[in-house]
Ligand binder design. Sequence first.
Ligand SMILES: [Zn+2]
Length: 475
Amino acid sequence: MKRLNTIYARLPVWAQHGAITAYGLYWNRLRFGAGFEDYVAGFKEREQFSAEEWQGWQQEKLRDVLRIAATRVPFYERTWSEAEKRAAQAGRLSELPLLEKDPLRRDPESFLRRDIKPRQRLVSHTSGSTGTPIASYRTAEEVRLSMALREARMTGWAGVSFKMARATFSGRMVEPNPNSAGPYYRFNYVERQAYLSPFHLRPDTVASYVEALAKHDVQWLHGYAVSYYLLAKLILEQGLTVPPLRAVCTTSEKVTPEMRSVMERAYGCRVHEEYSTVENVLFASECESGRLHVSPDAAVVEILREDGSPCEADEPGEVVATGLMRDYQPLIRYRLGDVAAWDGRECACGRKMPVLKEVLGRIEDVVIAPDGRRMVRFHGIFAEQPNVREGQIVQEALNRIRVRVAPTKDFGAADVHDIEKRMQARLGSQVEIIVESVERIPRTAAGKFQAVVSLLHDAGVKEAERTGVADSQLN
Ligand SMILES: [Zn+2]
């Protein structure tokens, strides 16, 4: 991927549209190929389940996954006791140990089934919401299944579809040049999808983003919540007119009430929030009534107290998930590092799928470039950095960023150079990058990991305002 990105960066813009489309063709077959429509129908059918039907369906699927883990996956075979293996065979989830991210990060292949050698295997190296790089392995069928889930319960509930033209804000490299004069998107003609660059949003580029939506008749928006929020703020500030849109389906960051209201005013349509993880081990989406339903056919989700007992409704606790759509690399009682609470009230939509009241602690700080661009998702800088155990971005000034790295023993000068290069590609070469090795990334008073920390405070905000930025942080 690194090499592909380098080649891509050297192409002229027209060839980049072509490269994105060729890439889009590959993904289109993978995501929407054989079996997709049947999977969508299955997800829609199960939405009619009663609470008892859900319980029965889930318990049966859970027992399958646990049996696979106990008998065919090296990590669990090695670490579970005999009593735990017996509990797994019987489907008794609460007797199994919690799984940390670290063993998965250290040896992701020990989580793969021994008895399956898929023809096509998709690996996504991602830094996750904690900055810890993790390799996720999925089969083509599993990728398709997760897209079908989104078509049924994300776009479906929002009244749109992946068949309609869309725009996407994601971590993809879209425009490699930080000083580009535009365009700030590339178009995938196969799926009629405009990939927007999250790294070039600023007052003097916003009109060009809006033009791209109109030019390609975009019907709905998909991707990073904070990027759509920042775009929306600029649209309102400049009084720009957005072409008619049907929905905004957000991912990645939590949507606060303020973000929601700004986006709904700017885009003139409803915002539907998705809560999921990079490891694809849990899925929740917002229904027509505005409630966040967990999909019981995607995962068994537990919210636990510190002593491991389950929380009551309204009581915040740690989210632990057991994926039911990932037989190939099963994750059992996986600690996500998020805090959430159940909502005990029935939903007006009538679906008997559990409702999350709120998910806390997933908002990430914004990094500001010297020219005023506001950027999010900076922990992506650590993707495909196997020698970085944990990483954190600290913005100390508009022109100075400290990158704290908790390294593995193989971390060296080449890794430092790579991090500097990636940071400067996003921010420009005038920003000083200090890479600092630390034993451990400090946690907040509440014990949360922060992928991005901004120390700009008031002075930084004022300087940012001078360069055309309204505020430096979301909260
Ligand atoms: Zn509902």
